[in-house]
Every structure is written in structure tokens, then in C-alpha cells.
Write a protein that binds this ligand. Structure first.
Ligand code: ZN
Length: 245
């Protein structure tokens, strides 16, 4: 019998119109904890639940408290791309992958070399002055204390989608379009329970849906191939076998 990795390799080899959709599980292998998992930071004890702290109303009314949490729990400046990020970048370079859609804000896909990346929840690497619109790198958050301020005096806000905020319309539209046109859809590191993941996947019209996730997902019944292994190892091995490296 063919191994799951060989099946995945065959699926990848058969297509030049693959879309990858990834969740927090893609970044946990880079040492960035999944804040929705049971052992992630959502189960830790804080004065407020993280969903509250990471909301727009909390940012507006208790900005300093927001930044204390954000600096200590949301930023991982030392994190490096893992085997999954590099495999996806390689597949784009080979003309296989058309788009990477991610719910992560860590920028690791871009750092690994992926070009066509749709960051549904924004990026922690962009920080914008709410008054003049000037854009700052993460350094402005890491190298300051309290509320980071622009030279104009305005408050700087990370360009990440907070609770109570909507997704960027054009990013979502482009991601939806890529999914609806994809021949192969590989979903990894997400249980697909969190908005907008499940909704986005419903636009897929093909018959080669691959799910790589350590636990069950709400789309298992639709999948053509399910792999319950490490996403970095799985994609890394499949690409290795393909390129003969
Ligand atoms: Zn400003």
C-alpha cells in the first residue's frame, strides 16, 4: 500500500494549481504557541481572557494593558520558519503552489520565501500610526515600553485583526478567489473551527482536498487525504521525495 506521504507527493506532482491554507499549527513547530489550543496561552491565568484583551474595544480603552500582553505573549521576534514554511516556498518556486493563505500574523511564510501570501489576520510586522498612517516595524513595539507613539504623537496599532474587527476585504476576496480556482487544496495546522477558515474552505470546488492536522477537523468527511502528522515533517518529506533532494 502506498504511504500517505507518497499519496501527497503524487497529488502535488499532478497539479500546478495548488493552494495552501494554514492555521496556528503551522507556526507551533517554530516555537510560537497556538493560543487557542488547550495548552496554549488561552488556558493560562490572566485578569481578563485573551479574547477580551485582544479585542478592539480593549485596545481602545486599556491600550497600555493591551501592549503588556501583546509584547509578552504575541510577539516572538526570534522565531524562524520551519520545514513546512520552506517546503511551501519551494513548491511556489516550482510553479506548483499558487497561493498561501494563513491565519498567522508572524510573517514566517514571507520570511521563508513565499511570495503570494494572503495574511487573513494581518501582520505583526506592520504597525500603523492611527493618526497619520505612518508604518513602523515590530521594533517600535519591542523597543518601547507602555504605549508606542508615533513622532506625530499618535498611538501606534499593530496591523493585526483584533476581535470585534473585520478582515481586510481585498485580502479575503483574493483568498476566496484562489480557493475557488484551486485544483488541489492543502489545509494544515487548523481544526477549521474558527471563522473565517471553515467558510473559506467551502469555496473549494475540486476533489483533491488534503488535510494535515494532528487532531480531527470539521472537514474530515470531505477530505480525499487525511494526514495526522507533523506538518513540517509531512510537507518536508513530500517535497524532498518530489525534488529528489
Ligand atoms: Zn503619526
Amino acid at each position: 500500500m502506498k504511504s500517505a506521504i507518497d499519496e501527497l507527493r503524487d497529488i502535488i506532482e499532478s497539479s500546478d494549481n495548488i493552494v495552501f491554507f494554514g492555521g496556528a499549527g503551522v507556526s507551533t513547530e517554530s516555537g510560537i504557541p497556538d493560543f487557542r489550543s488547550t495548552d496554549g496561552l488561552y488556558s493560562e491565568k490572566y485578569a481578563h481572557p485573551p479574547e477580551t484583551i485582544l479585542s478592539r474595544s480593549f485596545f481602545n480603552s486599556r491600550t497600555e494593558e493591551f501592549y503588556h500582553f501583546y509584547r509578552t505573549k504575541m510577539l516572538y521576534p526570534g522565531a524562524k520558519p520551519n520545514a513546512a514554511h520552506f517546503a511551501l516556498a519551494k513548491l511556489e518556486e516550482l510553479g506548483k503552489i499558487k497561493a498561501v493563505i494563513t491565519q498567522n500574523v508572524d510573517g514566517l511564510h514571507t520570511q521563508a520565501g513565499s511570495i503570494n501570501v494572503f495574511e487573513l489576520h494581518g501582520s505583526a510586522h506592520r504597525n500603523i500610526c492611527m493618526d497619520c498612517g505612518k508604518v513602523f516595524t515590530t521594533d517600535v513595539i519591542l523597543q518601547t515600553e507602555g504605549i508606542p507613539l508615533c513622532t506625530c504623537g499618535g498611538v501606534i496599532k499593530p496591523d493585526v485583526v483584533l476581535y470585534e474587527e473585520g478582515l481586510d476585504h481585498s485580502v479575503l476576496e483574493n483568498a476566496t478567489l484562489a480557493v475557488s480556482r484551486a485544483d488541489v487544496l492543502i489545509v494544515g495546522g487548523t481544526s477549521l473551527n474558527v471563522y473565517p477558515a471553515a467558510g473559506l474552505i467551502s469555496y473549494y470546488r475540486g476533489n483533491k482536498l488534503v488535510l494535515i492536522n494532528k487532531s480531527e477537523t470539521s472537514y474530515d468527511y470531505r477530505a480525499n487525504l487525511i494526514i495526522r502528522e507533523s506538518i513540517g515533517e509531512t510537507l518536508g518529506k513530500a517535497v524532498e521525495k518530489m525534488t529528489g533532494r
